[in-house]
Write a protein that binds this ligand. Structure first.
Ligand code: F6P
Length: 327
């Protein structure tokens, strides 16, 4: 389709992640730099339905690069999953004279974007904003590095008390059935193990830990567990441990939403800035229905269909390293 890029809309959707503000800033400023108007859409796709929209100038994104969360607010919008909801959203775009969208979020955000773009022939470019790092086609996502550092900082503190009391801690981290946060924080914090969904069942992983002489030569142990609705995560694992191995003094810490907040690391700010600029470049280049990714420090374009395909693998070398280094 031939279109003139006069005005773009930008929104954040799904779970927030540190660095989303840096991305909003980069999108806004790169667009204005290129003579394109910017309309900020509030509360994700919901804002397209309710018409909560405000035109942004460069100063609207001043002093936000260092802030966690998202100044645009975010939501998981049920109505947008219906054809009627998307019809209203399209009417809003027309009324506001928005020619293209930049959507910042995770797989749910891109699933919605893909359908919307197809139904109404709208140019949409996505930025991977999620702490989970579970999008295919990008080495890292915006917010992942900050969340990883938050976890490592928390686990370092837990280690102090675990070691004083000679306890076994199960620490549950987020990731929504993806083990990137769990595996990498386990390596960085020197944890004894990570229980991740990409490997065999929790029971098997736990049994192999015990068999391998878990805790024999140590006075504390920390196991990082990726959250899982199916298995019950750290809490369920700890219960099993208490029943089968009462000799261990077991405790559980669920880190929860602390992992989603905080000022983004320099790595996330730089990533978000590069990706935000790349989103506008891509739209100027008439790209559509793609996510901006990064591979080997190079910006890449990943079709939505691939980004959300749900089989990004954890690095087996890292699994082996964690095992070797925790003896
Ligand atoms: O997708 C990001 C994430 O933080 C997941 O890791 C987690 O499962 C989920 O969001 C939690 O969602 P909510 O904030 O809606 O409880």
């Amino acid at each position: 389709m031939e279109y003139k890029l006069r005005c773009i809309g930008v929104l954040t959707s799904g779970g927030d992640s540190p660095g989303m503000n840096a991305a909003i800033r980069a999108v806004t400023r790169t667009a204005i730099y290129n003579g394109i108007r910017v309309k900020a859409i509030y509360r994700g796709y919901k804002g397209l339905i309710t018409g909560e929209i405000k035109e942004f100038q460069t100063q609207d994104v001043s002093n936000i690069i260092q802030q966690g969360g998202t100044i645009l607010k975010t939501a998981r919008c049920q109505e947008f999953t219906t054809p009627e909801g998307r019809r209203i959203a399209y009417e809003t775009l027309q009324r506001e004279e928005i020619d293209a969208l930049v959507v910042i979020g995770g797989d749910g955000t891109f699933t919605g974007a893909r359908v919307f773009a197809q139904e109404y022939n709208i140019p949409i470019v996505g930025l991977p904003g999620t702490i989970d790092n579970d999008l295919w086609g990008t080495d890292v996502t915006i917010g992942y590095d900050t969340a990883l550092n938050t976890i490592v900082d928390a686990v370092d503190k837990i280690r102090d008390t675990a070691s004083s009391h000679e306890r076994l801690f199960f620490v549950e981290v987020m990731g929504r059935d993806a083990g990137f946060l769990a595996l990498n924080s386990a390596i960085a914090a020197g944890a004894e193990a990570a229980i991740i969904p990409e490997r065999e069942t929790q029971e098997e992983q736990l049994e192999s830990l015990i068999k391998n002489g878990f805790r024999k030569s140590k006075n504390s142990s920390i196991v990082i567990v990726a959250e899982s609705k199916e298995t019950g995560g750290a809490q369920a694992l700890a219960e099993k441990m208490r029943v089968h191995h009462p000799e261990y003094d077991v405790r559980v810490t669920i880190l929860g939403h602390i992992q989603r907040g905080g000022s983004p690391t320099a790595i996330d700010r730089i990533l978000a800035s590069r990706m935000g600029a790349a989103a506008i470049d891509a739209l100027l280049d008439e790209q559509r229905s793609i996510m901006i990714g990064i591979q080997n420090d190079k910006i890449v374009h990943v079709p939505f269909t691939k980004a959300i395909k749900d089989d990004k693998q954890v690095n087996p070398e890292k699994v082996a390293i964690l095992q070797q280094l925790s003896i």
